[in-house]
Design a protein around this ligand. Structure first.
Ligand code: IMP
Length: 223
């Protein structure tokens, strides 16, 4: 059975629109520090797979404000908990001129312990460990300056398949009662995500787009 790894019930509701019978795994994986969502999701998927012992799907998402060079991005969760979305909106309104563009981005990371056939979608094999062992330049995954440690930590890395989705919009004063997180301050085509029904949001959202790609691929993968 496929386990969707999240502590967020809002994400589970959206995932069910794409995947029949997906079960929530309420597991809080370690979020490494990184400027991109992909390594965070990939490591989370490996950790969750080792924990659950069955196929897992990890979802890492964030709000990227253009005028703030992508902030809060991978730190969206921390910023929501500390500043709150109203303060984020006020900060954007004060510091950035209209139209105050932003995007939501989502990376889905799938791991079932097996390898994947070659395909256009990215696969994080963490084969940086092999590169490091061979003396080639290793990749500093979490940007802390210690690439060798990152490579060593992933020495037993499992292949992870990645699916990305994004949606562009702008930051506005909060409107709407639906959704979760930053939805009330994110407007797409004149409507905030919190003003949309679940179906309307799924049809255009970062998560919906990533899930559409994943669901199509997973149909062939499932036994
Ligand atoms: P995470 O992917 O669960 O770590 O979420 C990161 C942050 O982005 C949290 O503050 C979420 O509330 C927020 N977030 C993720 N997806 C959405 C979304 O679809 N709408 C609004 N906020 C979101």
């Amino acid at each position: 059975m496929l386990r969707y790894v999240t502590t967020n019930a809002g994400k589970v509701r959206e995932a069910r629109e794409y995947l029949d019978g997906v079960e929530q795994l309420n597991y809080d994986y370690t979020e490494v520090q990184a400027s991109d969502l992909a390594p965070i999701a990939a490591r989370g998927a490996r950790e969750a797979y080792r924990y659950a012992g069955e196929p897992v799907l990890v979802d890492d998402a964030g709000l990227f404000v253009e005028g703030f060079e992508g902030f809060p991005g991978p730190y969206s969760s921390y910023v929501e908990e500390t500043l709150g979305i109203d303060a984020v909106q006020r900060l954007v309104a004060t510091e950035i001129d209209a139209p105050r563009r932003a995007s939501f981005q989502c990376v889905l990371a799938y791991c079932d312990g097996d390898d994947f056939a070659a395909s256009p979608d990215p696969v994080d094999r963490a084969d940086r460990s092999a590169a490091a062992a061979a003396g080639a330049a290793a990749v500093d995954e979490d940007g802390n300056g210690d690439a060798a440690a990152d490579a060593a930590a992933d020495a037993d890395a499992l292949p992870v398949k990645l699916f990305r989705g994004s949606v562009r919009g702008r930051i506005v004063e909060p409107r709407g009662e639906g959704g979760f997180g930053y939805d009330p301050i994110f407007e797409h085509d004149g409507t905030t995500f919190a003003e949309m029904t679940a179906d309307e949001k799924n049809a255009v959202s970062h998560r919906g787009r990533a899930f559409a790609k994943f669901a199509e691929w997973f149909e062939d993968r499932a036994p």
